[in-house]
Design a protein around this ligand. Structure first.
Ligand code: PLP
Length: 435
């Protein structure tokens, strides 16, 4: 039974000294990691299908990443791109500008995190368009600083007590077909959610001429690993073009190879105006980036900067991470992701409590329900399944109200996937009392 004795001691200290605002789903006190596995302080091994919330794309402590950290830290640890130039930052920007949809002619602003990348995009969009409003989507998660939190509409606890938010943010229904806001089905719906955005929001409450940008996750992460239908982003892009609104893709969770393409939006072949990345970009080092058309990123010196953003060690890891992604990990995410999705769909055929299985690459969600017809959500049982997985040696997380998400390192193999799915099935049977 977990936690073990050493973990218990640390949990006590954590309770004494760490802000309780983080919602840890189970008492995992991790000491070290390697590839797809982590070990806790009591020596228990776990198969990690969280990857530091979709961050350690190359697996824990990839030897080549460790080598890069060692070498770069001997040369230069910090200098600040706010005031100085350094090669590794330019090299990573050049690479990102080359691989981002819509390349070339892209420029990059480096940050330390996802939320800062979103803040940068919000400021840039307003600066360029000189329009006050933003649109984002229900269930979206863009971060927890005031600008990004104003866009976020995933869970009320994330906003409760923190208002008022940035004025001029409007939330539209997302392409969440399993729980369509209009009770319609794709393709007969003819994108009713996007028609609502145009007809009801842009024409009635947020005048299109006053909207600077629409922020969207190509696949919603925290909101429940929700994949919009085919054609969705092409329609959204057309709306943006009609009113000269900027399309900002938040690729913070879906980017950097996770979905089997370098960027999630590539599945829809749409070119955004601004792309935000973070999480998987540097294999665990804190780094984010906002990438925009060069003609757009022409704000004057002093208008935006960050002391730590684009840290040399993080940038060096970013370059190595992209090399490893292009060297086979993106392809592996696709192959193993299809395999994982297939196994989970087989489980769905057998267990009524699995309402939906969806995802792309290694961004896979399983939505649990109490009743398949009514699609009754069950947060408590979902949390129970996540907890029972932990007790059996598998780390996974919830997403949205009633979904279990799987986001393993992109180095994962069939053997680990078989094991993870077997543990998930056991946990499911235990929590839902299925014999
Ligand atoms: N955007 C998306 C899609 C995310 O998933 C997250 C984090 O989960 C963020 C933004 C915020 O990133 P960070 O926690 O690095 O600020």
């Amino acid at each position: 039974m977990l936690p073990g004795p050493k973990a218990k001691r640390l949990l006590k200290l954590d309770k004494r000294y760490i802000s309780p605002s983080c919602a840890r789903p189970y008492p995992a006190v991790i000491e070290r990691g390697r590839g797809c596995y982590v070990w806790d302080v009591d020596g228990n091994r776990f198969l990690d299908f969280v990857a530091g919330i979709a961050v350690v794309a190359t697996g824990h402590c990839h030897p080549e990443i460790v080598k890069v950290i060692r070498e770069q830290s001997k040369r230069l640890i910090h200098i600040s791109g706010t005031d100085f130039y350094y090669e590794v930052q330019v090299a990573l920007a050049e690479k990102l500008a080359e691989i981002v949809p819509g390349s070339p002619n892209r420029k990059v602003f480096f940050t330390n995190s996802g939320t800062e990348a979103i803040e940068c995009a919000m400021k840039l969009a307003r600066f360029k368009r000189r329009r006050p409003y933003f649109i984002s989507f229900k269930n979206s998660f863009h971060g927890r600083t005031y600008g990004s939190l104003s866009l976020t509409a995933s869970k009320s606890i994330q906003r409760q007590g923190f208002g008022p938010f940035l004025p001029g943010v409007f939330h539209a229904p997302y392409g969440y077909c399993y729980r369509c806001s209009f009770n319609l089905s794709y393709p007969e719906c003819d994108y009713a959610c996007l028609r609502f955005l145009e007809e009801e929001i842009l024409k009635k409450s947020a005048p299109a001429e006053d909207v600077a940008a629409i922020f969207v996750e190509p696949i919603q992460g925290e909101g429940g690993y929700i994949v919009p239908p085919p054609g969705y982003f092409q329609v959204l892009k057309k709306i943006c073009e009609r009113y000269d609104i900027l399309l900002v893709c938040d690729e913070i969770q879906s980017g950097m190879g996770r979905t089997g393409r370098m960027f999630g939006i590539e599945h829809w072949s749409v070119i955004p105006d601004i792309v935000c990345v973070a999480k998987g970009i540097a294999s665990g080092l804190p780094l984010g980036a906002t990438i925009a058309r060069s003609s757009m990123m022409d704000w004057p010196p002093g208008s935006h900067a960050s002391t730590f953003g684009g840290n040399p060690i993080a940038c060096a890891c970013g370059l190595k991470t992209i090399e490893l992604l292009e060297g086979g990990l993106i392809e592996n995410a696709k192959v193993q992701g299809d395999y994982l999705l297939g196994l989970l769909k087989e489980l769905q055929d057998r267990y009524e409590v699995i309402g939906d299985v969806r995802g792309k690459g290694l961004m896979v969600g399983v939505e649990l329900v109490l009743d398949r017809i009514k699609k009754t959500p069950t947060t408590s049982k979902r949390d129970g399944v996540v907890y029972e997985c932990f007790q059996r040696g598998l780390l996974c997380l919830g997403a949205g109200k009633t979904t279990v998400r799987f986001s393993p390192p992109l180095t994962v193999g069939k053997k680990e996937i078989d094991k993870a799915v077997a543990i998930f099935e056991e946990a499911l049977k235990k929590v839902f009392r299925i014999s």
